[in-house]
Design a protein around this ligand. Structure first.
Ligand code: BGC
Length: 448
């Protein structure tokens, strides 16, 4: 039997090393990556049964729910105030993982993309010619690590960040017309010997009255309010994601020719680059969606977790380390980000296209159909709905997984957990929480 990880060592490592937003550095593959990973599938199936302390007969009833493979994705179990990772949730059982992307690397890319755009367009960007480049910022969710990282990344690159407890403050500023706010400061950019002030004129969390965050409609309304207060002081619009960015672009910036920047590289945002959308960041959803289901497939097959990831499977699926990192101490796979601008957007026009190196069909004979319960936290989320889920739906066929997709309302965990009434019907679970603090709402159901 081939155990992928030793659980005791793992729990210890997790306990000692989990840190807030710990997405820096780290290796590219499981530390105990095996040499001989192309093991026969029947051997693998036996391992899965043994891992769970029972023979795997292909039915769902044999393995206790608490021992079934579990993957958290898109919303990493963590404390929404401090960002500290939830080690109990991430090591719920030995087949538990998180799949997301490197938030800090992507945030830095987004900030740099905005700064470089300003520098390259300095002659026309200052719309009222007052020497101050004003920007507004749409914040997704003040308690979500990805959102926090993006706010920090933009403030860092533009010099508008101020320190709070050793990190850049990511709080929304509200409004900052005259530059006197304390949450941010005025930055400075020098181009061609001329200095410009950079000011965050306004920022707020885009949460709707019912409580859904990253809310595109709220962002569309906010740009209306901001543009009537600030008018041509707004030279740049920045958003933590494309859903909100496109809502602001369609409501105001396109008509007013104000460059708008988002994140996610959803197809509509990439297409809008041709019309003046400033740019976006691909978080390699094509790699994340694959990893989300692949770790479950591997755990169900009882093969080394690196199979079809860092090590080619028998069908030839493999990822190279320029598209993801695995950090064992966090039990987390992170896809790497790529900036998408006017220079390269033609390569990103379809965000739902599977990633070619991992697009090879697995044989059903050696990878029997398994049932997976998977939820999307908010059916209204642009990224998850228009990019991530369509990708999952392509990979579930490739990996022979029968996935039941549950759509949440983005507001309450119970709306989703109510639909996990009978975990016995499933072989594995893929969870996208409403709030990153709420992992226990799910694991308690699986532990019953
Ligand atoms: C995406 C956002 C999305 C959020 C949902 C982020 O990674 O960039 O667009 O709204 O995940 O959790």
């Amino acid at each position: 039997m081939k155990k992928k990880f030793i659980s005791v060592t793992l729990a210890l490592a997790l306990g000692l090393s989990l840190t807030a937003c710990g997405n820096n550095g780290g290796g590219n593959a499981p530390a105990d990556k095996k040499e001989e990973t192309q093991e026969p599938a029947d051997d693998g199936a036996e391992d899965a049964g043994e891992d769970a302390g029972t023979e795997d007969t292909g039915s769902t009833g044999d393995v206790a729910n608490k021992d079934k493979p579990l993957v958290w994705f898109n919303r990493q179990p963590s404390n929404s105030s401090t960002g500290e990772l939830d080690s109990a949730a991430l090591s719920f059982n030995e087949n538990t993982y998180y799949v997301g992307f490197d938030a800090n690397q992507g945030a830095e890319l987004q900030g740099t993309m905005v700064k470089e755009y300003i520098e390259a367009h300095i002659d026309e960007i200052d719309r009222n010619g007052d020497g101050t480049i004003g920007y507004v910022l749409a914040i997704g969710d003040i308690g979500h690590n990805d959102s926090i990282a993006r706010t920090r990344g933009v403030r860092k690159a533009l010099g508008t960040g101020v320190d709070k407890d050793g990190n850049i403050n990511s709080d929304p500023v509200g409004t900052n017309t005259d530059g006197t706010a304390t949450v941010v400061q005025d930055g400075e950019i020098e181009v061609g010997g001329k200095k410009y002030v950079v000011r965050e004129l306004a920022s707020q969390e885009m949460k709707n009255p019912q409580g859904a965050t990253w809310d595109a409609a709220t962002a569309g309304n906010s740009i209306g309010t901001w543009s009537s207060s600030f008018g041509d002081q707004i030279d740049v619009v920045v958003s933590n994601n494309d859903g909100m960015g496109m809502s602001m672009f369609n409501a105001w910036s396109n008509a007013n020719k104000v460059p708008t920047f988002g994140y996610d590289a959803n197809s509509d945002a990439v297409a809008a680059i041709a019309e003046g959308y400033g740019g976006t960041i691909s978080q390699h959803a094509d790699v994340q969606a694959y990893l989300t289901l692949r770790v479950l497939r591997n755990a169900l097959d009882g093969v080394d977790i690196d199979t079809g990831i860092g090590t080619a499977d028998e069908a030839g699926n493999v990822l190279t380390d320029d598209v993801y990192v695995y950090r064992e101490e966090e039990r987390s796979y992170y896809a790497l980000n790529v900036a998408v601008t006017a220079d390269n957007y033609q390569d990103f026009t379809d965000s739902t296209k599977v990633y070619e190196p991992v697009s090879n069909q697995l044989e059903e004979g050696s990878h029997a159909k398994k049932n997976v319960w998977l939820n999307i936290y908010n059916s209204g989320d642009n990224f998850l709905g228009s990019t991530y889920q369509p990708l999952l739906q392509s990979y579930d066929d490739i990996l022979n997984l029968e996935v039941e997709y549950i759509a949440g309302d983005g507001q309450t965990e119970s709306n989703i957990t109510n639909r996990l009434a009978d975990p016995n019907k499933y072989d594995a679970f893929a969870i996208n929480m409403v709030k990153t603090d709420n992992a226990a709402s799910y694991t308690s159901l699986l532990s019953q």
